[in-house]
Design a protein around this ligand. Structure first.
Ligand code: KG4
Ligand code: ZN
Length: 334
C-alpha cells in the first residue's frame, strides 16, 4: 500500500498529488496567471512562480489527502520534457524531500504521465484501459498517436512534423487577439458559431504524421485578405471563425487517429493532454467509439492539462517495478 507524493512543474502549472496505490487522495494545481499579459509562458517568470508555489502546494496536497509527510513511501517527479528552470524547481524539491525522509525517488516522463492518467482510480468501480490501447496525446508541446502494449511500452505511430495541435490553436487565437492560452477561449467562443462557415485546407502528410504550420498560415492569409475588405471582419465573425478553425484542427486529428486505430484493430482508445479538454475533440472521439464499437476514455478536465496526479500514477507503476531514480539525476528539456 504505498503512499506516493508526486510533483509536476514542467511548464506553468505547479502541482502536487498524493496517491495510495492507484487511488488518488489529492491533486492540487496552482496555475500561473502571470503569463497571460505576455501572450505566452515566460520561462523566467515560470521558474520564479514555481519556487513561490511549491511548498504551499505540497503542503496543501498532504493536508487534502489527510496524511502526514512521514507516511509517504516514495516521491515521484516530472524529469522532463519541459522548461529547464521550471523542471529544476520540482526536481530539486523532490530530491530534498526524498533525502530528508530517506525514501526512494521516482523519475517520470511528462508525456507518459499524460497517457497513464487513464489508470488513475477515482472511484471503486472504475475499470482502467486494457492493453493494447491507443492514445491520441495532444498538448501545447506534443501531438502523437501512441500504441500502448503495456504501461511503459509505448509505440509512437505518428506525430507532428512541426507545430503541436495546442500550439496551432493558441496561434490561431493570437492572430485573432483573443488572449492566452487560446485553446479554451476558442472552445468557448466556438459554441456560438457555425463550424462549416469557413473552410481551411489541411495538409496531405504521409502515414500517421501530422502537420499544423500550413493550417496556421492558411488561416492567417485568409484573415489578412478579409481584413483588407472589412477591418471589422474578425469581430463580426468571431464565433464562426473559432468554430471553423477548431473543427479543422480537431477533425484532422481525429481522421488520422481513426485510420491508425482501424489499421491496428484497436478496441480501446483514449485522448490525453491539454487539448483533450476540447469539446469538439471529446464529442468527436465519443462518436468514433459509437461508430466502431470502441471503448473510449476521455480524461476528466482536471487530468487533461498538466497535473501531478498523472505523475503519481506513472510513479506508482514504476514503484511496483522497483524502478527508482538516483539522487544525482538531472532534468531533461526534450
Ligand atoms: O498538456 P498541457 O496543459 O501543457 C503541455 O504539456 O503543453 O496543454 C496545454 C495546451 C494549450 O495549448 C491549451 O491551449 C490547450 O492545451 N487547451 C485546449 C483546451 N484547454 C487547453 N485546447 C483546446 N480546447 C480546450 N478546451
Ligand atoms: Zn502537458
Amino acid at each position: 500500500m504505498p503512499y506516493i507524493l508526486s510533483i509536476e512543474s514542467s511548464c506553468d502549472d505547479t502541482s502536487a498529488a498524493v496517491l495510495c496505490n492507484d487511488r488518488l487522495l489529492s491533486n492540487v494545481i496552482a496555475s500561473q496567471k502571470v503569463h497571460e499579459q505576455y501572450g505566452g509562458v515566460v520561462p523566467e517568470l515560470a521558474s520564479r512562480a514555481h519556487q513561490h508555489n511549491i511548498v504551499p502546494v505540497v503542503d496543501c496536497a498532504l493536508r487534502d489527502a489527510g496524511i502526514d509527510k512521514r507516511q509517504i513511501d516514495a516521491v515521484a517527479f516530472t524529469r522532463g520534457p519541459g522548461l529547464l528552470g521550471s523542471l529544476l524547481v520540482g526536481v530539486s524539491f523532490a530530491k530534498s524531500f526524498a533525502q530528508a525522509l530517506n525514501i526512494p525517488l521516482i523519475e517520470v516522463n511528462h508525456l507518459q504521465a499524460h497517457v497513464l492518467s487513464h489508470f488513475i482510480r477515482t472511484s471503486d468501480d472504475y475499470i482502467p484501459p486494457q492493453f493494447p490501447f491507443m492514445c491520441l496525446l495532444v498538448s501545447g508541446g506534443h501531438t502523437q498517436i501512441i500504441l500502448l502494449h503495456s504501461h511503459f511500452e509505448m509505440e509512437i505511430l505518428g506525430q507532428t512534423i512541426d507545430d503541436a495541435a495546442g500550439e496551432a490553436i493558441d496561434k490561431a487565437a493570437k492572430i485573432m487577439d483573443l488572449g492566452y492560452p487560446g485553446g479554451p477561449i476558442i472552445d468557448r467562443l466556438a459554441r456560438e458559431g457555425n463550424p462549416d462557415a469557413f473552410q481551411f485546407a489541411t495538409p496531405q502528410i504521409q502515414g500517421y504524421d501530422y502537420s499544423f504550420s500550413g493550417i496556421k498560415t492558411s488561416f492567417l492569409y485568409f484573415l489578412r485578405d478579409r481584413l483588407v475588405e472589412d477591418p471589422d471582419f474578425i469581430n463580426q465573425h468571431k464565433a464562426d471563425l473559432c468554430a471553423s478553425i477548431q473543427k479543422c484542427i480537431m477533425s484532422f486529428l481525429l481522421k488520422k487517429f481513426e485510420r491508425a486505430a482501424l489499421k491496428h484493430r484497436i478496441r480501446q482508445v483514449a485522448i490525453a493532454g491539454g487539448v483533450s479538454a476540447n469539446s469538439y475533440l471529446r464529442n468527436g472521439i465519443a462518436e468514433l467509439g459509437r461508430k466502431h464499437g470502441w471503448k473510449v476514455y476521455t480524461p476528466t478536465l482536471q487530468f487533461c492539462t498538466d497535473n501531478a496526479a498523472m505523475v503519481g500514477i506513472a510513479g506508482y507503476f514504476k514503484y511496483l517495478k522497483g524502478d527508482f531514480a538516483d539522487i544525482s539525476l538531472p532534468p531533461y528539456t526534450r
